[in-house]
Design a protein around this ligand. Structure first.
Ligand code: PLP
Length: 408
């Protein structure tokens, strides 16, 4: 764990060495001020003061540890970083302004002109655009491959490959990569493996324990869990994270202390929420699977999922996101979505509120038709992030969607 940067003013909080995951999620990283507050303090300050000019110089030179400016470090942000690092089993975490800022900071910090990335085709649409359009502009080429096909990863790797990047389960089709197998492949080729752990969170899957080098999160999703704040985080070993931190300090896509505080509160209920999301999502997936008007349901918790065995090995739960293809095309999918009464039509996921979206025209709308076709983002695909409302109410609302689309 990183050393406290405000140890001068902090009171040590209960020792949780050797604690289990659920205790870590509630208590790790907590530093108490002299007010002895029970809930973590927020430090909404841009800069920090020094007792003298010589102390300022010593802090700036790195001779003495401590806060300088909140683009560099902030105690609330550090509490969040320490907690999520402990939850993922990493040495250090660096919090960022968004999930995309986490991906960007990792890539800009670790890659240079002439380097090559191998990326799963089944990633969040904006991640795809980031690699194809922006990294390419700076001379970093990306080859996109089939997430589940190890041979396509192997054959895409060349002597300049420095990074393998994936999401597992993927958004929105819930495909799964064998993290241990891909970590081995990356390391055989002196490359790093980065896993976007957005869908499962460390409550259900810890990629570092399977050999991944870097874990990335959109904290916006389940880490917050209530759709309040945008944020991200990167977790890895000290050496890698020093590079990512160095970029952040210079370029500035840092997390705000307020958002870090909200995420800290989110982490405290993460395990409970992920269990509840997984339970309801499985029930919804099974219900959808029995409908004649549904062509396919994509959810890792279904025994019919082609990688169910791998999901059970790698994950301790299946998360709350699923997608399904209905009979028809865009017209039916849009009518379905317009027919629901309380489910929120929004592209976010990982909220207590169930959300529904049409990936082909929202989250993945910027992909070319060819890329959509290759990634399985069809016009009749609908994604839902199952929330914590009553399961019966969620099903009733989805039923209105089927009726509105003329499918029942
Ligand atoms: C899997 C995944 N990764 C990354 C992101 C980007 O995160 P943010 O919106 O916080 O920048 C998203 C956003 O939807 C996502 O679903």
């Amino acid at each position: 764990m990183a050393k406290s940067i405000y140890k001068n003013s902090a009171i040590p909080v209960a020792n949780i060495d050797g604690a289990e995951f659920d205790t870590i999620a509630v208590r790790a990283g907590h530093q108490r001020t002299h007010e002895l507050e029970h809930s973590e303090a927020i430090f909404p300050t841009s800069s920090f003061v020094f007792n003298s000019a010589s102390e300022a110089a010593a802090r700036f030179s790195g001779e003495v540890e401590g806060n300088i400016y909140s683009r560099f470090t902030n105690p609330t942000v550090q509490a969040f970083e320490e907690r999520i690092a402990a939850m993922e089993g990493g040495e250090r975490a660096v919090a960022t302004a968004s999930g995309m800022a986490a991906i960007m900071s990792t890539c800009v910090a670790l890659l240079k002109q002439g380097d090559h990335v191998v990326c799963s085709r089944s990633v969040f649409g904006t991640t795809n655009v980031f690699f194809q359009k922006y990294m390419a502009k700076f001379g970093v080429e990306t080859t996109f491959v089939e997430l589940t096909d190890i041979e396509s990863w192997r054959s895409a790797i060349n002597s300049n490959t420095k990074l393998l990047f994936l999401e597992t389960p993927s958004n929105p089709l819930c495909e799964i990569a064998d993290i241990a197998q891909l970590a081995e492949l990356a390391h055989q080729n002196d490359a790093l493996l980065a896993v976007d752990n957005c869908f499962c969170t460390p409550a259900l899957q810890r990629p570092l324990s399977f050999g991944a080098d870097i874990v990335i999160h959109s904290a916006t999703k389940y880490l917050d869990g209530q759709g309040r704040c945008i944020g991200g985080v990167v977790v890895g070993n000290d050496e890698i994270m020093a590079e990512v931190y160095g970029f952040l300090r210079s370029a500035g896509p840092t997390m705000s202390p307020f958002n870090a505080w909200v995420f800290l509160k989110g982490l405290e209920t993460l395990s409970l929420r992920m269990r509840a999301h997984s339970e309801s999502a499985l029930a919804v997936a099974q219900w959808l699977e029995n409908k004649d008007s549904v062509e396919t349901v994509f959810y890792t918790g279904l025994e019919s999922h082609s990688q169910y065995a791998l999901a059970k090995k790698q994950q301790s739960g299946f998360s709350g996101v699923l997608s399904f293809r209905i009979k028809g095309g865009r017209e039916e999918a849009w009518k379905f979505i317009d027919g629901v009464q309380f489910l929120s039509i929004t592209a976010n996921l990982g909220d207590t509120k169930t959300t529904i979206t049409h990936p082909a025209t929202t989250t993945h709308g910027r992909l070319s038709d060819e890329d959509k076709a290759r990634s399985g983002i069809t016009e009749n695909l609908i994604r839902i992030s199952v929330g914590l409302e009553s399961l019966e109410d969620i099903k009733k609302d989805l039923q209105l969607g089927f009726i509105s689309a003329g499918l029942e």
